[in-house]
Design a protein around this ligand. Structure first.
Ligand SMILES: Nc1ncnc2c1ncn2[C@@H]1O[C@H](COP(=O)(O)OP(=O)(O)O)[C@@H](O)[C@H]1O
Ligand SMILES: [Mg+2]
Length: 387
């Protein structure tokens, strides 16, 4: 029998337990924008492994179910933001134009993209070389917020002409710089006043760049910022039991309770423990506490060598020492001063390592002078790993 907890095994529903309210709000927002009303998009934040990416992908499906075009992207530590924005716009324009005679508006939109590419020194995509003239005066000012607004307006206008809409989803938003995120928001705000069927949804770690000034107040108007967290025990149990029930398999009450307790309801952990318990269980139609006890060391080993290990992959010795000091203090958050003291240094001395860990998305600062892990139960892992 197939293991319903293997990555990619379950069709979306079990992996979306507890997220109905976000999905409903998103669905309504798409419909409102589709009829020219104002609506808020969502910028999801939360620790690693809580289900942000899964939910963002589901937003994409929701938009598609209304006939919209969805173009996803994921920011990385070392990627050029303007380049990925241009790529998203290009994909969306091409999809909106596919199989249709190019209207005046479509030609113009491609021309505006062309201006943007030239202004920002970006490679011209093959299709666009086909002779769409640049449209001077749009998306070529050199101010990123204005130029993005020009692109978004061209795209949204074309979508409206086609009686459809466009959604961009941007995952790992914490890797954008503050300037990039500000430009994105200010640009989006500028087109939002025209009530175009164009939307951007995002997800990122709690270390999302802190916005200031107009970008901050616009962000509050354009987005809600739901915090995606671990699942309360009832929903965590359901996330485990529902996929098994579909295969005609039951979980014993104690067996469920043990995993929910051990994982604190963190979705990624629930899935890994569920997967191992399923593999260990003799069945045929029940997973027992004995199965779970046997699966625990296997699941812990899998997490250590995969999920956790992957996070520390590229850290330096100094950064690891900082993580070890944090872990020695227990689960976070911790005062930065205490962490520094645990290594026998001053806050200033360890500042660069702390900043590097934040930049890599391993830690974040929930408040001034406070540091925490972005990965749930990371302190336990570090202690196992350095033991
Ligand atoms: N609400 C949920 N219920 C059950 N499993 C979930 C839920 N959300 C996510 N998962 C599972 O947890 C794992 C991590 O989800 P992911 O979206 O990659 O997290 P993030 O993007 O927050 O790091 C995925 O394998 C997913 O199937
Ligand atoms: Mg993710």
């Amino acid at each position: 029998m197939r293991n319903p907890y293997s990555p990619g095994a379950g069709s979306p529903p079990p992996a979306l337990v507890g997220r109905d309210s976000h999905l409903d709000a998103f669905d309504i927002a798409v419909q409102r924008l589709g009829i020219g009303r104002a609506a808020k998009s969502q910028m999801l934040t939360g620790l690693r492994g809580v289900g942000k990416t899964v939910l963002l992908r589901e937003f994409g499906r929701t938009a598609e179910s209304h006939g919209w075009t969805h173009v996803p992207t994921e920011a990385t530590e070392d990627q050029r933001f303007v380049e990925s924005m241009a790529a998203l716009v290009r994909k969306a324009l091409l999809r909106l134009s596919a199989g249709r005679r190019a209207t005046e508006r479509a030609r113009r939109a491609l021309g505006i993209l062309r201006s943007f590419l030239v202004r920002w020194n970006l490679p011209d995509g093959g299709e666009l070389a086909l002779g769409f003239d640049s449209v001077p005066g749009f998306a070529d000012s050199g101010a990123l917020d204005d130029d993005l607004a020009g692109l978004f307006a061209a795209l949204g206008g074309l979508a409206r002409e086609r009686h459809t809409g466009v959604l961009f989803t941007v995952d790992e938003v914490q890797y954008l710089s503050r300037d990039e995120l500000s430009a994105l928001i200010v640009g989006l705000h500028r087109v939002s006043q025209d009530q175009l069927p164009f939307m951007i949804a995002g997800a990122g770690l709690p270390s999302l760049p802190a916005l200031a000034g107009e970008a901050k107040s616009y962000a509050e108007r354009l987005f809600s910022f739901p915090v995606i967290d671990s699942l309360p025990s009832g929903e965590a149990s359901e996330a485990l039991s529902a996929p098994a029930a579909e295969e005609g398999v039951d979980w014993q009450h104690d067996a469920l309770a043990r995993i929910v307790n051990l994982t604190d309801g963190y979705p990624y952990f629930l899935q890994e423990f569920g997967k191992q318990a399923w593999d260990v269980a003799d069945g045929p139609d029940q997973i027992t506490i004995t199965d779970v006890e046997a699966a625990i060391p296997v699941a812990v080993h899998e997490l250590d060598s995969g999920f956790f290990r992957a996070r520390i992959g590229r850290t330096t010795n100094n950064e690891r020492a900082y993580l070890a000091a944090m872990a020695s203090l227990g689960p976070g958050p911790h005062g930065s001063g205490k962490v520094a003291a645990a290594i026998g240094k001053t806050t200033t001395q360890v500042g660069p390592h702390r900043d590097a860990l934040i930049k890599r998305g391993l830690c974040y600062s929930p408040r001034h002078g406070i540091i925490d892990f972005t990965v749930p139960m990371f302190d336990e892992f570090i202690r196992r790993w350095t033991a």
